[in-house]
Write a protein that binds this ligand. Sequence first.
Ligand SMILES: C[S@@+](CC[C@H](N)C(=O)[O-])C[C@H]1O[C@@H](n2cnc3c(N)ncnc32)[C@H](O)[C@@H]1O
Length: 197
Amino acid sequence: MSAACDRAGGAEQRRAVLAGLAGRVIEVGAGNGGMFAHYPPAVTEVLAVEPEPRMRAAAVAAAAGAPVPVRVVDGLADALPAGDGEFDAAVAALVLCTVPDQATALAEIRRVLRPGGGLRFFEHVAAEPGALRRVQRIVDATVWPRLLGGCHTGRDTAAAIAAAGFDIDEIERFRFPDAGLPGPAAPHIRGRATRPA
Ligand SMILES: C[S@@+](CC[C@H](N)C(=O)[O-])C[C@H]1O[C@@H](n2cnc3c(N)ncnc32)[C@H](O)[C@@H]1O
């Protein structure tokens, strides 16, 4: 899935979401390490948190070839293995669809960021009201979370980020991939938010 995502333009999305990052970064739900190759050189360390053992092993392998130092650890977004205010930035890519409770995960991300620290996000989200939104409701109530490790298609992640106390500085809404019939996970957001100082 990760390779297919990159072929459809995911690599460009990953580069864009990480552009300009610097200092210490925590990446939540790092998966197989698909982001690692795209961290800019001003990043001094990435703490990559991934709970699933096979994904984590793949992330450890990806970390070895990363352009910046990456430390991969076990852990959950809901209880991040890090102290208060430790990080300059946090990255959430295609994970806030899956965490059991977005408010808890976002409160944790906010906790580990220093005041003024930034959250970068790239997530699939709820569609605008209409046919696709109705499809999302149906798949979320039936097969989707069971087939895809708890993933939900119909979450209003931008609203959750704002409700968690972040200022949203920049947000783009788009369909990804942008070819073919839009699937339930097609509506995406990518952007930057700040933990207020
Ligand atoms: C769709 S993958 C995305 C991986 C990666 N961020 C990327 O962009 O390729 C979602 C990842 O979130 C992880 N995950 C699921 N529940 C989580 C939780 N509660 N806390 C942290 N990570 C979680 C999964 O194990 C999986 O590796």
